[in-house]
Design a protein around this ligand. Sequence first.
Ligand SMILES: Nc1ncnc2c1ncn2[C@@H]1O[C@H](COP(=O)(O)OP(=O)(O)OP(=O)(O)O)[C@@H](O)[C@H]1O
Ligand SMILES: [Mg+2]
Length: 269
Amino acid sequence: MAVLKNHIIEIKNLSKAYATGTAESNVISDINLNIREGEFHILLGPSGCGKSTLLNIIAGLLRKTEGKISMNGKSIRTPDKDRGVVFQNADTAIYPWLTVYENVEYGLKINRVPKEERKKIVEHYIDMVGLSEHKDKFPGELSGGMKQRTQIARVLANDPQVLIMDEPFGALDAQTRRTMQQELIKIWQKTGKTIIFVTHDIQEALLLGTDISIMSKSPDAKIYQTYKVDFAYPRDETTEEFNAFYRTLNAHFIERDADESYDDLKIAI
Ligand SMILES: Nc1ncnc2c1ncn2[C@@H]1O[C@H](COP(=O)(O)OP(=O)(O)OP(=O)(O)O)[C@@H](O)[C@H]1O
Ligand SMILES: [Mg+2]
């Protein structure tokens, strides 16, 4: 029997209302979620449902309104080096005036890691994301995929326990996205890190996740189901099992859309 690992992240009855919202309206409401060490946990939900809001609270970049959230039993209140965040847009995360190498080195320098050790770590992660030949280039000389790899290498170099990724491949073309997905699986398998990954793409969720939590629409978005995905990696999206799972997940969104058009109809009548 497989031994279940400990919960690394625990979220209980978590709600968030932005100051600009109405007094009663929460973007996310009563979120309950436990993430175990080593999981590749996907948050899947439609645009605007509050995925980034939830992720930013987990990252410690945003304060919750109500509820509890902890990592390793310690309440999350601020960002921490044990939680590395990869943003959707690499341009907001990497420095244009530093080369790939210097960008990846940045956090290590801040943490005063000695030069020789720094070099080893930086080269290791630049190699892992396949950028060795481009390490002396500046972000302005890189493609979107290369910038995203730089951001991922930079986060990995800081050796966080948890990788928090907000639609990191959303802006990439289909081919690059597929390559990056395969590389991320390899990195996850190699490092054994816990990954929390946001997407609104069902296929991406099924290609990557060990666990998929589905979010309902905002306001008052909740996590209303978490699925375990047992398919072996690399996953094959052409199999009948994969497609059956796709249809199961898709049904959640179709049902909701149908409910909504029904509401519209009632209003129209
Ligand atoms: N700083 C803010 N102030 C007020 N409202 C906000 C703020 N940030 C987000 N919202 C609102 O909260 C809701 C959820 O936004 P969020 O960015 O978390 O959604 P999302 O699921 O990540 O969407 P997407 O898939 O488009 O990235 C939206 O209605 C948005 O307008
Ligand atoms: Mg978002």
